[in-house]
Design a protein around this ligand. Structure first.
Ligand code: BGC
Length: 248
């Protein structure tokens, strides 16, 4: 089945048609810069534009950087506040005229990795972290998604700020942290994650996962830690799977 997956991120909104049996993108990605302000009023027309560009009709999956509960956006850490309590799934479905499934971006990345990436066949506790502007998190227990984890906002004991303030890739870049320094901060974060959730496998996504060899040596964890396989395609592929109910 060919399904349109869309990845709504901070700098770009990207879409492509995906073969949901193989996880292969059947078209090039169409990328449109995220409009400013990136509120529903400006973002939904861009999504409409992507749907039209593919001349697509059918179910559409969309991942976005927020907690999405039953189609309603309930957090806005790195996105416009206008999304808070916004019934995104319903409004997009109405505007586009095709059924939309709206999910958290880390959840869709996880869905893609579990189906077609390094999570394939893993039945234990698998956690996926996307290290970018924020920290996205997703967890699969025996292949089932536990949605909307929001562990980027976890506070380590004794720390004033949440994990995104010292372990995201944005902070590494903004503060010009060495791989070693950032790796150590990431290690403290993941050790606490491990203490709380005991994952067997941790999958790391986000652009920085391409440079995993620079910071993996600083992680001392019981869990296996591996970079994501699908990389920048995961958001689109996972969204397409979610659109047809293939979450787990
Ligand atoms: C948001 C999450 C999102 C993550 C990655 C966080 O700030 O709260 O919902 O998954 O950023 O985009």
């Amino acid at each position: 089945m060919q399904v349109l997956g869309i990845d709504f991120g901070g700098s770009g909104i990207k879409g492509a048609l995906v073969d949901t049996e193989t996880g292969v993108m059947l078209t090039d990605r169409l990328r449109i810069p995220t409009p400013q302000p990136a509120d529903p009023q400006h973002v939904i027309p861009v999504i409409q534009q992507i749907v039209q560009a593919f001349n697509y009709s059918g179910p559409i999956g969309i991942g976005m950087p927020a907690r999405v509960l039953d189609g309603v956006v309930t957090s806005a850490a790195n996105i416009d506040d206008a999304w808070l309590e916004y019934p995104g799934q319903e409004m997009m479905t109405q505007a586009i005229g095709h059924p939309v499934v709206l999910l958290n971006d880390a959840d869709v990345t996880g869905i893609a990795e579990m189906h077609f990436g390094v999570g394939q066949g893993e039945r234990g506790i698998v956690m996926i972290f996307t290290l970018g502007t924020g920290i996205g998190s997703a967890m699969f227990v025996r292949g089932h998604l536990v949605p909307n984890l929001e562990l980027g906002h976890l506070h380590l004991p004794g720390r004033k700020h949440d994990a995104e303030q010292y372990a995201s890739d944005r902070i590494r870049q903004e503060k010009d942290l060495s791989w070693r320094k950032w790796g150590q901060q990431l290690n403290a974060y993941f050790q606490y994650i491990e203490f709380l959730f005991s994952p067997q496998l941790i999958i790391l996504g986000g652009g920085v996962s391409k440079k995993a060899e620079k910071f993996l040596p600083h992680l001392q964890l019981r869990a296996r830690v591996v970079p994501a396989k699908l990389r920048s395609e995961a958001g689109i592929v996972g969204a397409a799977l979610a659109a047809i109910g293939k979450e787990s």
